[in-house]
Design a protein around this ligand. Structure first.
Ligand code: PGA
Length: 252
């Protein structure tokens, strides 16, 4: 089976200030253990991307954005293009985060177009998928996650996943303190991998699938020890340098 380098991504959401970001990034660079196996990524809000990139310098931490416009350029007030993200140093971008889907009404189709826009600028999309509590309780978890992945694959083809990351984030676990157990998460991760492997065995074996939803230093190791969990997408706990560094160490 292909060796997959773990990835731990911090999604800062709409938090931070120039001063707080400097404290967080400098703290993180001090605490991260050099030579650890996991790749580390931080995703600040748009206005802070350039400055955060400068703070990160060559500290071995990648820069990503939290969203991207599906359009290339033009009269789209308030939007940010993939070329702009590339220009300020982003190598990753989240697409389809549940807050974008559920708070801002992004459809599967729009998420697929954002995925394409990112890859057109050689930015790696982190495709977020996951079911709500109602969907889980109705036994529809695998259907929902499959539908969200199919929406992208029908547009771009399975090969595009060679240059993408998937993040499984059950909506009921995001920001709630209620984490999926290792077994609950593994079940969905294994389904996602099997689904992709059925179309392309190499890509199924190599695509990284992150878990997100109330990841903390205290539960990261259990989650990351699961065979199909290749790291995490971390919200609240990525805002504290020591906590995030411990999560990163758990994936190393
Ligand atoms: P959380 O957020 O870690 O605060 O639950 C995860 C996410 O939304 O990516």
């Amino acid at each position: 089976m292909a060796k997959r380098q773990p990835l731990v991504a911090g999604n800062w959401k709409m938090h931070g200030s120039r001063a707080e970001n400097a404290t967080l990034v400098n703290g993180l660079l001090d605490l991260l253990q050099p030579g650890k196996r996991a790749e580390i990524l931080v995703c600040p809000p748009f206005p802070y991307l350039l400055e955060t990139g400068r703070l990160l310098r060559d500290g071995g931490v990648a820069l990503g954005a939290q969203s991207v416009c599906a359009e290339v350029q033009g009269a789209f007030t308030g939007e940010v293009s993939a070329a702009m993200l590339r220009d300020v140093g982003c190598t990753y971008v989240l697409v389809g985060h549940s807050e974008r889907r559920h708070v801002f009404g992004e459809s599967d189709e729009l998420v697929a177009r954002k995925f394409v826009a990112a890859q057109s600028q050689k930015i790696v999309p982190v495709l977020c998928v996951g079911e709500t509590l109602d969907e889980r309780e109705a036994g529809r978890t695998l259907d929902v996650v499959s539908r969200q992945i199919d929406a992208v694959m029908t547009v771009t083809g399975v090969k595009s996943l060679a240059r993408a990351v998937i993040a499984y984030e059950p909506v009921w676990a995001i920001g709630t303190g209620r984490t999926a157990s290792g077994d609950q998460a593994q079940e969905v991760h294994a389904m996602i991998r099997a689904k992709i492997a059925a179309l392309d065995a190499t890509i199924g074996g190599s695509v990284r699938i992150l878990y997100g939803g109330s990841v903390k230093a205290s539960n990261a190791r259990e989650l990351f020890a699961m065979p199909d969990i290749d790291g995490g997408l971390v919200g609240g706990a990525s805002l504290k340098a020591d906590e995030f560094a411990r999560i990163c160490a758990g994936a190393g």
